[in-house]
Structures are given as C-alpha cells and as structure tokens.
Design a protein around this ligand. Structure first.
Ligand code: SAH
Ligand code: SF4
Ligand code: F3S
Length: 467
C-alpha cells in the first residue's frame, strides 16, 4: 500500500460554489490508502450534514487531520502540524481543530490535554459521530469518541472522491487486522478485522463505473482473508471469499481495471492467482510485503511464514501469472537483526527481483508485542546503513524492471497530464509501472497501446502505437 508520512494529502475535489455559506471543512490526510479512503468517507458524512469541503486552510471553519501511527515520524509530523494549527487558532479562536484516525485512537484524551489546541478526537470507527461531536464542540464542549467496533465498515456510505481525475478510486473491502505482527500498531488502532458486505462493494463499484471511472483498487490490510458469510441462502454458496469477490468485481465491466492491496504472504492462495490469470482486467501486480528475508526474524515478527514459504509464493505467482509484477515492503533493523539476517534480506530481494518496494527503518511502537517483549537493540547508525543498502539494491532492481520492458508494448490507462510537460500524459501498465508519452489526440481515461522506448530511474518513456 502507498504511504504518506511526510506531507498531508489534501482534497482536490472541493466545494467552491460562490456564496456558499455552509461551514467549511479542511481535511489533511496522512498514512496509508485506507486512511485516504476514510477521509473520503468523512467528507461524505460531513457533506450530508451541511458542511462544505475546502482546501484553503485559512478560510476553514473546521480543520481536521486524519492521522497515522505506523512509525514515530508519522506522529512527529502531525505534532508539527498541530503547532501550525495552534497559530491559526490564535488568530481565529472560533476555528475547530479535530484529530482523527489512528493517532487519535492511540493517544485518545492525551491529545485533548496536550497544548489545549485540539477540540475533538475521533477514532477510525466513530466517524458517523462527527457531526454530533462538531456541534457540541461549537458550543464549547470538547468531543471524543475512540470506540472501536466489531461491525462498522461504512458499507452504506458512498465516499466523496478526493481527487478530480475521475479515473481511479479506492474501495475499502474490509477494516482492521487480526494478525498481530509484533512490530505493528494497526491491530490496536484499527481494531479487529471485519469484511464489508459484498453487495455494498459491488454497488459502490457499479456507481463508479456509471460515473466513468476506469480503475478501482480494493483495499484491506490483508485482502486475502476477506470473508463474508451470507445469511439465509440455503441453496447458494454461503461464503464470499477474496477470489469470489475479485471475480464479481471483474465481471462488472471489461473496461474496468481492478487492483488490490495488501496481500499477506501467509494467506495469498492459488485461487486468487487463478482468478487473476483468468480475467484480463485484473491487473498483473501483487503487493506482497516480505518485511525480512530471515526466517528467524520473520518468526520474531510473528509473520506466520518462513523465507522458503515466501519464495514458494513468488514461484507460484510466476508460474500462474508469468508477467506479474511483484512489489514489497521491507523493514531494516528489527530487534536482534544481525548482519547475517540483513544479508538474507538482500539476497532474497535479489532473488525475487522486486519491481518496487517501500522500505523503512524499524520504529518501535508503544505497547506492541515487540515493544513489550523484545529489545530495540539495533543502533540508529546500523539501521540507517542497512536501510541505505536496501534502498540502493532496490534502486538497481527497479531500474532493471523498467529496462526489461524496453521494446515491448503495453495497454496503458491514461491517468493524467505529466507533471513535467503538458504535452505528455502519464499512465500505468497492468504491472503498475508508470509510463510517460506524448498525448496526441487522446483523453484522460482512455486505454492506449504504448511502446516503451526508454526509461529514467523513476518512469518508463514511450509512444502510442495504436488505439
Ligand atoms: N497490512 C500490511 C501493511 C500495513 S503497514 C501488511 O501486512 O503487509 C505497512 C508497512 O509499514 C508494513 O508492511 C511494514 O513494512 C511497515 N511497518 C509497519 N510497522 C512498522 C514499524 N513499527 N516500523 C517500521 N515499519 C513498519
Ligand atoms: Fe500490521 Fe501485520 Fe496487520 Fe499488516 S498484517 S496491518 S503488518 S499486523
Ligand atoms: Fe494506515 Fe497508518 Fe493507520 S498505515 S491503518 S493510517 S497507522
């Protein structure tokens, strides 16, 4: 899954009608794609309750920050933003400041007490309460709701899309996580895993197709454990699992691309791979976080697989879907990691030839199993050096992955104008590799066949060869 620890994501799709006298809400989002999708749900709830969405912080009546706790620096960044909001509140005391999401869940009322700048604290399962909490905050009553739920999936809410491109959208298919990886805060801040009713997923995807969308990314912390039990259908299949769901979504329209994230190596099964192979419109890309190449470290991390098991999954992907791209997440310097463990990570990366990776230094999170039971004993210097080696190796692998496509042609979905030149478009191949090419007479949202002629470290460069 994509991340954003550094800079908040803002809404592009704002309400900017003249003379709009609804109170204006500014929403800034950190963290993973699920958090971005949550902000879209929040915007939908607030719009339905008489608020307008703005991306101009100076004119906002309400400032909300949807936060992430995954690493310490994700939280540090938000504390820095609260200082900035504090200055705004000094100038405009009526402005309401809310902290939402994973950090709200982790720190709870501590956020209300610290600095006295925050008016409301709302956890990931309590967004339906936002309008009520905002109303009482307007009357001077600080609001907090951090209850986690076993049922909430916001399944009935159609999110207000954050961007205006109208081509690709996120659809959350489940919430929470039951995995308890030793380093990870997600199960504590997002609660238990629960899947969303497939009928509401299909309805949302159909609405997106009707609105002209061409790509959906199905989101969950562990999509392979998606599971919905149907009630009352005695003669029908009683369960929908992830490969069933993928197939249902793929059948809605051959023109709709389907992506998904994240696959957990211990749960990725061959049914899903066969379904991917069977439907052209399910993209050939799997994000399969490995975390470490050492079975000893994987065991300490409580990941539920070994190095060999992971390699077996990669082999199965390559056998069943020969042109499938594989990306990963890697953590450098987990508790007790030795040079040998680190080398095992590097050799596994080289063996798997990952097309792309998110790479992190281990960051101890309070109250996780690792924080309680293990010592964060790899020094900062060693963590940094190992991370650098991992990043350098992945740089080479990513470049090779792009170079190997030179001379080939791919179907590309046009997603937008290239940042560097308005004469160029950018889009992605099924394998999730970005291509930049001259726009000719095509439009955003079109599928085109692009022949790759060259690449830079970040993107492939090509030319449209035919429709
Ligand atoms: N559910 C997904 C990942 C969610 S968190 C999965 O299981 O793969 C995204 C990534 O952040 C993880 O894959 C991991 O690489 C990284 N991460 C999580 N906790 C971390 C921590 N405490 N320190 C450093 N990186 C961490
Ligand atoms: Fe965290 Fe593990 Fe769950 Fe992923 S699977 S969210 S890493 S506990
Ligand atoms: Fe996502 Fe960060 Fe929460 S990665 S689930 S926003 S802790």
């Amino acid at each position: 899954m994509d991340f954003n620890d550094e800079q908040g994501t803002l809404f592009d799709n704002i309400d900017n009608q003249p003379n709009d006298n609804r109170p204006k809400v500014f929403i800034e989002t950190y963290g993973c794609q699920m958090n971005v999708n949550d902000s879209e749900v929040i915007a939908s709830i607030l719009r339905a309750n008489g608020y307008a969405i703005t991306n101009d912080i100076e004119n906002a009546d309400v400032i909300l920050v949807n936060t992430c706790s995954i690493r310490e620096n994700a939280e540090t960044r938000v504390w820095g933003r609260l200082d900035v909001f504090k200055q705004i509140k000094k100038r405009k005391p009526a402005v309401l400041i809310g902290v939402l999401g994973c950090m709200a869940e982790r720190l709870k009322d501590q956020l209300l007490e610290d600095q006295k700048v925050v008016d409301l604290v709302v956890g990931p399962d309590a967004y339906r309460e936002l309008p009520v909490l905002l109303r009482s905050a307007e009357e001077g009553q600080k609001g907090i709701n951090v209850l986690l739920s076993r049922e909430e999936t916001y399944g009935d809410i159609s999110p207000v899309r954050l961007d205006k491109n109208g081509v690709s959208a996120f659809v959350s298919i489940m919430r929470g996580c039951n995995n308890m990886c030793a380093y990870c805060v997600v199960p504590y801040v997002r609660g238990a895993e629960r899947s969303r009713d497939p009928r509401t997923i299909i309805r949302e995807v159909q609405e997106l197709i009707d609105a002209g969308y061409r790509e959906v990314t199905l989101l969950g912390q562990n999509v392979d454990s998606y599971h919905w039990k149907h009630e009352g259908f005695l003669h029908h299949k009683l369960y929908t699992n992830f490969s069933d769901l993928l197939e249902m979504v793929a059948k809605l329209s051959p023109k709709l691309r389907i992506r998904f994230s994240t696959s957990h190596p211990k749960d990725l099964n061959n049914d899903v791979l066969y379904t991917m192979a069977m439907y052209e419109n399910i993209c050939n890309h799997i994000h399969l976080p490995v975390q470490s190449g050492s079975s000893r470290i994987l065991e300490l991390m409580n990941r539920g697989y070994t190095r060999e098991y992971y390699m077996g999954r990669v082999k199965a992907i390559r056998d069943i879907i020969p042109d499938c791209a594989i990306s990963t997440d890697v953590i450098a310097g987990f508790c007790t990691e030795t040079e040998l463990d680190h080398d095992l990570t590097l050799t596994l990366m080289e063996w798997a030839k990952f097309d792309f990776a998110f790479m992190f230094k281990y960051s101890e999170r309070p109250n996780t199993k690792a924080a309680r039971k293990l010592k964060d004993d790899v020094t900062e210097d060693i963590k940094s050096r190992r991370l650098t080696e991992i990043i350098e190796l992945q740089g080479k692998l990513s470049e090779k992955s792009k170079q190997s496509e030179i001379g080939k042609s791919f179907e590309v979905l046009i997603e937008g104008e290239s940042k560097k030149s308005s004469n160029d478009f950018y889009g992605r191949t099924s394998q999730n590799k970005v291509v930049v090419f001259p726009r000719e007479n095509y439009n955003i949202g079109d599928y085109v066949l692009v022949k790759i002629s060259d690449c830079t470290p970040a993107t492939m460069i090509g030319k449209i060869v035919e429709e």
